[in-house]
Design a protein around this ligand. Structure first.
Ligand code: CAA
Length: 275
């Protein structure tokens, strides 16, 4: 019989170390990966560029998702320096470093494949075997805002500033952010935020649901650690099953969701009470 209360409890005293299975090229992609027990921390690590992201960054994020050790259950996304992320590296639009593969969209099929590959850097954060946590301080602009939206939970410091800048640059948010944004704030507010590209400060972010937890800047790391500890105290199978249920709830009818609950509970009962 499984132990529903203590399974997967974290070793909170474990010192983070570079993951042995870290994919190659993370440095050049502006990323760092530290794994401590069941917690993996992904750091956007180009502080001198306010953690602006290149195509390599998004490919690096996807590679981290693919190579994550099986016992990792919480993934924290954070930014080094004054900002979470200033979004796409604007230098790539003018042929700067990291912009190889930049496309003007004339090859629709090729561009579709190209963007789909970059989106993989974000979509894995919804996998049921992990809980992803964005630890946001300073600016979270464009692709940076979308990265925070791709995570399951956002812990936000009082100095955080969110801005969906893409339409102001003639583009659309295409790194998976439109769906969670609408789910969280509704279509009207999402339109207002995107089409004015205005900045949402931390207080408002908490009020409209963009921040699950709002903390003083100097309490951010501790708040994320406390959250990770609490998440890891839950049985891993129950956590994964519950995440599957909650993320499908909005799209299911009540009947479909009730059936999904029954299916998941049968699996839980077998694991917790079966012989
Ligand atoms: N790309 C490339 N370099 C960037 C950058 C970016 N997105 N954001 C900041 N930097 C660089 C600056 O050029 C500057 O470099 P130098 O020291 O060589 O001059 C350095 O980082 C520090 O920046 P600031 O001096 O501007 O720092 P700040 O703290 O005063 O301001 C900021 C920070 C508000 C984030 C400001 O830098 C800024 O507005 N950056 C641009 C944000 C932006 O428009 N991003 C694109 C969003 S759209 C998107 O992401 C998705 C898409 O598909 C289009």
């Amino acid at each position: 019989m499984g132990d529903a209360t203590t399974a997967g409890r974290p070793e909170t005293a474990t010192v983070p170390e570079a993951a042995e299975s870290a994919p190659p090229g993370l440095d050049e992609a502006g990323l760092r990966l530290d794994v401590a027990g069941a917690v993996a921390t992904v750091t956007l690590n180009r502080p001198e560029r306010r953690n602006a992201m290149t195509f390599a960054t998004w490919r690096g994020l996807a590679a981290i998702g693919r190579s994550l050790p099986a016992d990792v259950r919480v993934v924290v996304l954070r930014g080094e320096g004054p900002s979470f992320s200033a979004g796409i590296d604007l230098g790539m639009f003018s042929g700067g470093g990291g912009g190889e593969g930049f496309t003007d969209g004339s090859d629709a099929e090729g561009t579709d494949r190209f963007i789909a590959e970059l989106q993989e850097g974000y979509t894995w954060l919804r996998r049921p075997d992990i809980v992803s946590v964005a630890s946001v301080h300073g600016h979270a602009i464009g692709a940076g805002f979308q990265l925070a939206l791709a995570c399951d939970i956002r812990v936000v410091a009082e100095d955080a500033k969110f801005c969906m800048k893409e339409p102001a640059l003639g583009l659309v948010p295409d790194l998976t952010g439109t769906k969670p944004l609408v789910e969280i704030v509704g279509v009207g507010r999402a339109l207002e935020l995107c089409l004015t590209a205005r900045t949402v400060l931390a207080d408002e972010a908490a009020r409209i649901g963009l921040a699950e937890i709002l903390v003083p800047r100097d309490g951010l790391d501790a708040a994320v650690r406390d959250l990770a500890d609490a998440l890891l105290a839950v049985n891993p199978g129950a956590a994964a099953a519950t995440k599957r249920l909650l993320w499908q709830a909005a799209e299911n009818t009540l009947d479909e969701q009730c059936a999904a609950e029954r299916r998941e509970q049968i699996g839980r009962l077998r694991e917790v009470f079966g012989s």
